[in-house]
Design a protein around this ligand. Structure first.
Ligand SMILES: *Cc1c(COP(=O)(O)O)cnc(C)c1O
Length: 439
């Protein structure tokens, strides 16, 4: 036993020799020497453990290396959930991705190349947002929707009151509760109405000299049914205080496919003084918090000292502008994907998986955490034995589906069509791995 161990040690190729392999030299230039060396050391360890042939060390290290140095694995989203929070919500359009790459170098983000002087940060992205919503007197962009709420609450209501319906004190997800966030700014919540019913008179009775603003929050991840009553933004004007509307999803204009989703233009048109929304939900852009509204209010937010702590990166500004002015986003396309075309793609994928117990089944896709909680999109999926779920998540091309009644469903709606072959190859690899383990 001891002798075998010694023999194996002697057989392990030297680290320097392995690192000289041209594939690993190239990988070190792309990813840095640290991760490449770590992959080589891990492969050498597998030789010592008797799991790998000495001649395979370089190849195993190459196979174990990620595609990029970013630390995040690119995942094929086969969940049928268009805006999956755990998968990073919206996928950026190719135009936005290209804009991010270009913005990664030195840019004129705060410089006027004509005069050589300092210019307003992100002015072209802000202009694109303003142009997309002409009803807004001015616009501002911060890190995310939560940051936009914090900025509004701090600048407009710290030490004062925010009047809000009890039916709108929501939890967005992962323990993020709107009331906690708002109170952390030093503003006090003045709750009005009840969980299911709030009337204009409730707001009117609560508004006073201490009111910073009235807040309307769109319930973006649930619906209340039955004996309910809510007050529309349009009914809250004329009470002498600003009306701030958190619409959540980031639709800038009405979308006939999403009749229940509020949009910035209509909400401002109805009389809101300030609209708050996220950039990476239905707008399909980067994580960002959009603030649109009366020029005087937006100006106060922009000049508040906290604005500097919440300001967005140049990468975000570039991606946002390309999302606003560029071609259709993956989110928009996934929402409208033709079920017939989806069925044909799924059928073709199934045909490539003759011995995998794969079936073509009807599926229902949803928007997800980004809004439209009631919307069901008729879809199609590959149905596979549930036991493949783990191998597919852990493979070189991670595929994430959803398990329903013991079957793994892979809905191709949010998988780029040019990645279908990769998905089929990943399923084949999972089947082969399952067989090798006798399952
Ligand atoms: C998503 C959401 C938020 C939080 O926005 P983030 O961009 O995730 O910070 C706030 N309010 C509503 C109504 C939302 O839907």
């Amino acid at each position: 036993m001891a002798e075998a161990t010694v023999d194996r040690r002697r057989l392990v190729p030297r680290t320097d020799a392995v690192l000289a392999d041209p594939r690993l030299v190239e990988a070190a230039a792309r990813l840095g020497r640290g991760p490449v060396k770590a992959a080589v050391v891990a492969a050498q360890q597998r030789v010592r453990a008797g799991e790998l042939e000495p001649a395979q060390v370089a190849a195993a290290a190459v196979a174990a290396l990620p595609g990029t140095a970013g630390g995040l694995r690119t995942v094929l989203n086969a969940t049928g959930v268009i805006l999956h929070t755990n998968l990073g919500r919206a996928a950026l359009s190719p135009a936005a991705l290209a804009a991010v790459v270009a913005a990664g170098g030195h840019t004129d983000v705060e410089l006027d190349l004509g005069t050589g002087r300092r210019a307003r940060r992100g002015r072209t992205a802000l202009a694109a947002l303003a142009a997309a919503v002409p009803a807004a007197g001015d616009v501002h962009v911060v890190n995310n929707g939560a940051a936009a709420l914090v900025l509004a609450a701090t600048a407009l209501a710290a030490g004062r009151e925010i009047v809000v319906s009890r039916g709108e004190l929501v939890e967005i997800g992962d323990g993020f509760r709107l009331p906690d966030l708002l109170e952390s700014t030093g503003a006090r919540l003045r709750e009005v109405g009840t969980t299911n019913r709030t009337a204009r008179a409730d707001y009117a009775a609560a508004v006073g000299p201490d009111t910073g603003f009235i807040l309307k929050v769109h319930p973006s991840n649930f619906v209340v049914r039955g004996f309910t009553r809510a007050v529309e933004v349009g009914e809250l004007t004329g009470l002498g205080v600003p009306v701030v509307a958190d619409i959540g999803s980031g639709l800038l204009a009405p979308d006939p496919l999403l009749p229940a989703e509020p949009d910035a233009a209509s909400t401002l048109g109805a009389g809101a003084d300030l609209v708050i929304a996220s950039g990476d939900k239905l707008l399909g852009g980067p994580q960002a918090g959009l603030l649109l509204g009366a020029a005087e209010l937006v100006g106060r937010l922009r000049r508040h000292p906290l604005a500097r702590a919440l300001r967005v990166d140049k990468l975000t500004l570039a991606a946002l502008q390309a999302t606003l002015t560029g071609p259709a986003t993956p989110t928009w396309q996934a929402l409208r994907y033709d079920p017939g075309a989806l069925r044909a793609r799924t059928e073709q994928a199934r045909a490539g998986l003759a011995d995998a117990d794969a079936e073509l089944v009807e599926s229902v896709a949803v928007v997800g955490g980004g809004g439209a909680p009631e919307l069901e999109l008729p879809s199609w999926a590959l149905s596979l034995p549930g036991r493949y779920a783990e191998a597919l998540r852990l493979g070189p091309t991670p595929v994430v589906g959803r398990v329903e009644r013991g079957r793994l469903l892979l809905d191709l709606r949010c998988v780029p069509a040019d990645r279908d072959a990769d998905l089929v190859a990943a399923v084949r690899a999972a089947v082969v791995a399952g067989r090798a383990e006798g399952r």
